[in-house]
Design a protein around this ligand. Structure first.
Ligand code: ASP
Length: 438
């Protein structure tokens, strides 16, 4: 049995929804379907979810969403007319508009794209529609109640042969709609797949699978055939997009495989995401390369730091107090560096520097901004001699200065810090040294 999730581009208009219907009907094991709201039809288009957030914002300013709601209504009218499905769209739109105008938070507004998308697809397929607010539950802090949700999904869906469920939202303990973070329909799909003990969770999107590098940086990167959850987590944490990074957690402990597939090229096998490194066949040294821009290093120097017990704790507690998370903490004998995303430091930099100087009596604290991180990821690196040599030779040959190096003890990744002006060059250098050469 397969649980399928179809993303925004798959649900963008009537003709893409017809593709979705064909894919589902083509394989009787595709029983429970989770959908996103209609996404962009072309690069200049607006996602329905963004249009719905705009409705909420208009209400905050004017008390109604008379003008922005028109875009949403028009999108759904076009879809319903072209598909010829039997849903009472006018009544639904009326209730939704009133609901948005009465809401205090944006969650209800944001969720309605998925809600209507699922209603329309359920009508087209003749499947039951199951509202996510009945089965996906959050506590009053907005945290997902995973076990509760798994039980609720199972109790509801086991009685149904087929169903369509809206992604991205559920409800809190007061019954109010609450959404995941953006792209969260992937998480809903993972919860449904786990609850229903699916053999595979198919995540249908608009690319052939997870790529070995960012196609905006590397020309025509290859697709990864198979990777582990851990590799996926590393690559997506470092910026590779395809799936919501948190969508692995619901399926991780049970080892349920995820298959990323392309709605616009359904015969392509896509990318399989599996539990352990041993299940990943293939001998590529690295699985992929990704990275992120926009980081700052704070370098702290103090003579005899290595003898001082509690030094790191005092520094890190300053970050904790300020609510700042760090990416890496490379250290030397008398130096400790903090690698932090620029956005976390906005308006706080001077305060943090001052606090660090005072609390550890540092000899010197320096800031270097304009840093980017490049992550070279793959389980196979652990068993291969010379991986680091290949990586650093490739960077040196491309005249790239390495500002920082960090390697996790699991040898799953090597992270290098480079100046942001060298970022694209560094990704290409690594890609050509490993992926193209292997
Ligand atoms: N529609 C939501 C978004 O645009 C959620 C999703 O597509 O998964 O973020």
């Amino acid at each position: 049995m397969k649980v399928c999730k179809f993303g925004g581009t798959s649900m963008a208009n009537a003709s893409t929804i017809k593709r979705v219907v064909n894919i589902i009907e083509d394989d009787p094991s595709r029983k429970y379907i989770v959908v996103s709201a209609p996404g962009k039809r072309n690069s200049a288009d607006v996602k329905v979810t963004d249009a719905l957030y705009a409705c909420f914002n208009e209400v905050q300013k004017t008390g109604n969403c008379d003008s922005t709601f028109l875009t949403v209504a028009k999108r759904f009218h076009e879809i319903v007319n072209e598909l010829g499905v039997d849903v009472d769209l006018d009544e639904n739109l009326k209730v939704i508009k009133e609901g948005i105008e009465a809401s205090k938070t944006p969650d209800y507004a944001a969720s309605r794209g998925e809600y209507l998308s699922a209603k329309i697809l359920a009508a087209k397929l003749g499947y039951d529609f199951v509202d996510a607010d009945e089965i996906i539950k959050f506590n009053d802090k907005g945290e997902l109640l995973l076990n509760y949700s798994l039980d609720a999904v199972k109790a509801k869906l086991s009685k149904l042969d087929h169903a369509v469920i809206p992604g991205f939202y559920g409800s809190d303990t007061n019954g109010k709609v609450h959404t995941f973070s953006r792209g969260g329909s992937d998480i809903t799909g993972a919860i449904v797949a786990r609850a229903m003990k699916a053999d595979v969770y198919e995540n249908w999107t608009d690319v052939d699978g997870f790529l070995t590098a960012d196609p905006r940086i590397v020309d025509n990167p290859t697709t990864i055939t198979c990777l582990s959850y851990k590799e996926l987590r590393e690559l997506s944490y470092m910026g590779a997009e395809v799936m919501h990074p948190e969508s692995i957690f619901p399926v991780h402990s049970v080892g349920l495989p995820i298959n990323i597939k392309n709605t616009f090229n359904p015969s392509h096998p896509g990318t399989m995401i599996v539990k352990t490194a041993e299940q990943v066949d293939g001998n590529s040294v690295i699985t992929g390369v990704s990275g992120q821009k926009g980081l700052t290093i704070i370098n702290i120097e103090k003579d005899m730091m290595n003898n001082e017990i509690g030094f790191a704790r005092r520094v890190l507690s300053i970050l904790e107090y300020e609510g700042i998370s760090f990416e890496h903490v490379p250290s030397g004998i008398d130096t400790m560096s903090l690698v932090i995303r620029d956005e976390y430091l906005v308006g706080k930099m001077q305060k943090i520097l001052q606090k660090i100087k005072e609390s550890v009596h540092a000899d010197n604290v320096e800031i270097h901004s304009g840093l980017s991180l490049v992550a070279i990821v793959g389980h196979n690196m652990a068993s291969r001699l010379g991986t680091a040599a290949t990586a650093f030779k490739a960077l040196a040959d491309a005249h790239i200065n390495v500002r920082m190096i960090d390697q996790g003890s699991s040898e799953l990744n090597i992270i290098v810090g480079v100046d942001t002006c060298d970022y694209e060059k560094a990704i290409n250098a690594i890609y050509y040294a490993f992926v193209k050469e292997q």
